[in-house]
Design a protein around this ligand. Structure first.
Ligand code: GLY
Length: 492
């Protein structure tokens, strides 16, 4: 059996690792724009091959798949989906695990996703406005003083989201200036290179609460959810600093997290499933691949969708694929044959922690974070009980690995509890370094007792509020008081 994997990050390394553990012993082939050392090694060991080239060029990917006679292709990241790579593969009769261009609209366009939720009345929807030009967005901000989340209307590598509380009249003018500046930043910085979408800026009602990611496999009919994971987006300890793609994540023990109840987990699955069904009805295509709801426990709804991924999260899938006991190739074949209902997903009963290590400069000055030679002592890391998943490192012909500007390595560790797994991951950190002396950073607080307690306390507070609202029939209902205009009730 031959499997072609598209993508070069730690998420794809975890997918490659799961495929290579299969009893079917597939030959692994990979298309990567830079050479991930972990995936490269798995390709060679399994008797496959690595192709350096564009991951988003449908013709190139389909030509390679034909050349190697791939049994199926697995698409890791979102951009190949947005560019129609799965569509070209299916057109040529090559089965593909990965959302088609139309299905991936659920991630690509945040406005599409919100409109879908309102049209199909899916619980957990937020009020929003989408703008096609800066002037209209600025005019809206000048008119309405309210707490908002300002976002690029397209998936823009997880960057450009700013949440602004605007609750005090005497600060409103200052807040307005911050909002205006960020709207301009979104248009001129974060959305600049994306010409494939008309909506440019999304203004959403602000919600607060602990976030978590619900990832799943789907064949379009059945949704098979994975253990829920919490990613930590801020670059620095104590949740401060710029937003990154994710500095590390926690899961377990089991399917839940210590701050999430079974009921909330089930509700989250129902919401993702409802969106999946609505999406397929809307676009008229079957979704075969992986999907993830990036969710938040909010006072307004309880489990609430913040964003969708038409793929697994990174680092989130690095928590769960290493402990998945079900055969990955069997899962992929069931997705392709639409028989996923027959698969039972099983996981080791443990807690996991993943810690990303990034060169200094990431995420805002990737130019500085790029081009540094790296050394990873995998043997020492394994002796400490951890496992390495390679990320933004390019293995070049001189045999050295060089940073490409993002999270270069993700360390996976498992234990009975999250804090124990965190301690194991911490012991592995010194075995990753840059040979030219350039600095690295990671978040030591991810998975710690202190941070975990904070998440639990925050969830308990929010649970109290949304359960009270539920009893009063106020779930999803927002009530504003505008001086001079009085009470405004926004029905769900
Ligand atoms: N961890 C966030 C993402 O995968 O986009």
């Amino acid at each position: 059996m031959k499997v072609l994997l598209v993508g070069h990050g730690a998420r794809e390394h975890a997918i490659a690792d799961a495929l290579c553990r299969s009893v079917h012993e597939p030959k692994l082939f990979a298309i990567m724009s830079s050479c991930n050392p972990g995936i490269y090694r798995l390709c060679l060991r399994s008797g496959g091959k690595f192709f350096r080239g564009s991951e988003t060029d449908p013709k190139f990917v389909a030509d390679v798949a034909e050349q190697i006679s791939a049994d199926f292709v697995f698409i890791g990241p979102e951009e190949p989906q947005f560019h129609g790579v799965p569509d070209e593969l299916w057109k040529r009769g090559i089965p593909c695990v990965g959302a088609t261009e139309k299905c991936s609209e659920i991630e690509r366009s945040k406005a599409f996703m919100r409109r879908l939720m309102w049209k199909y009345k899916i619980p957990g929807r937020l009020r929003f406005k989408a703008f096609r030009n800066v002037e209209d967005a600025l005019a809206y901000i000048r008119e309405y003083a309210e707490s908002v989340a300002l976002k690029p209307a397209r998936q823009a590598g997880g960057k450009g989201v700013k949440v602004i509380a605007d609750l005090k009249v005497y600060l409103s003018e200052e807040k307005r200036k911050v909002k205006e500046k960020h709207v301009i930043d979104i248009a001129e910085k974060h959305m600049k290179k994306y010409t494939d979408i008309e909506d440019r800026i999304l203004i959403e009602e602000k919600v607060e609460g602990p976030e978590y990611t619900l990832q799943a496999f789907t064949d379009g009919k059945t949704l098979k959810p994975l253990p829920v994971v919490q990613d930590n987006k801020n670059a620095y300890e104590a949740d401060i600093g710029p937003e990154t793609g994710g500095m590390g994540s926690i899961s377990g023990p089991g399917m839940l997290l210590p701050f999430l109840t079974q009921e909330e987990y089930d509700r989250s699955v129902e919401i993702v499933d409802a969106c999946l069904k609505a999406l397929q009805q809307e676009v008229g295509e079957t979704y075969k691949g992986t999907i993830a709801g990036q969710m938040m426990l909010t006072p307004l709804w309880g489990p609430t969708i913040i964003e969708f991924y038409s793929r697994f999260g990174d680092p989130e899938n690095v928590n769960v694929l290493p402990i998945m006991q079900t055969d990955m190739v069997d899962i992929c074949e069931a997705i392709l044959r639409e028989s996923l209902h027959k698969i039972k997903l099983e996981f080791e009963e443990c807690a996991t922690v993943v810690k990303a290590i990034a060169p200094k400069g990431y995420p805002d000055r990737r130019d500085l974070a790029k081009g540094h030679p790296a050394h990873v002592d995998e043997k020492a890391i394994e002796e400490q009980g951890g496992k390495v998943f390679y990320g933004a490192l390019d293995l070049r012909e001189d045999g050295n690995m060089y940073t490409t500007g993002s999270r270069m390595v993700e360390i996976f560790a498992k234990a009975e509890t999250i804090p124990e797994a965190s301690k194991i991951a911490e012991r592995c950190i010194p075995y990753v370094r840059l040979l030219d002396g350039w600095g690295l950073f990671h978040r030591s607080d991810i998975g710690s007792e202190v941070l975990l307690r904070r998440r639990i306390e925050q969830a308990e507070l929010i649970r109290g509020v949304y359960q009270y609202r539920m009893q009063k029939g106020l779930i999803g209902v927002t009530i504003d008081w505008i001086p001079g205009r009085g009470k405004i009730v926004y029905e769900a």
